[in-house]
Design a binder for this molecule. Sequence first.
Ligand code: SAM
Length: 216
Amino acid sequence: MEDSYKHKGMRRSLVRVLKEKGITNQQVLDAIGKIPRHYFFDNALVGHAYQDKAFPIGEGQTISQPYTVAFQSEKLEVQPGDKVLEVGTGSGYQASVLMEMGAEVHTIEYNKNLYERTRKFLPKMGYSPKFYFGDGSQGLPKQAPFDKIIVTAGAPSVPTALINQLKIDGILIIPVGDSQKQKMLRIIKKEDKKIKKETFDYFSFVPLLGEQGWKN
Ligand code: SAM
């Protein structure tokens, strides 16, 4: 598959759509303008890659909607060199956006097949985050603390393990709610026992499974 002028044009249109929806962070817009999202799709769905929609990636999971990726990335306020934990590797698209923003990305996936697939695929795209297989609802204690943590699956509540694994002034962005829709929360760790919590709009994610997620 190639990255043609047509694809580049569709990416520019997608970036315009994201700006119209309120995304202003230039690093986020540049990353989405650069990464060939169609490479993350199965052949049958490739024509839909530049719509602002989530799509199936197999194993009952999805590649998140570009607006959702952009929104979470913007609220994470990624600085070059930030050590970022992503819970829910999925297709690897979100991880590549974070890497384009200059983050050192650690990404964990609970589904073995997706973990194997993305671990092989993403380096071929030029992105080599650190990949982990396991239950990210408990974070990644051996690699903690993190500057930023992004959860890309819907949680029933905020896992305390994730707050514990943030540095002071670190940011956690996580959708929390029921199985249909979740409110996006941003938690900034001010001191060891003090956090600032902000609430944004509703989104719709596949469930965060595991010890501090939904029980499967
Ligand atoms: N960030 C992904 C992307 O860019 O394609 C989209 C992620 S998809 C919406 C959510 C992912 O979270 C799924 O791949 C799912 O298997 C994974 N997941 C669910 N519970 C998890 C857990 N406890 N730990 C790690 N990954 C989990």
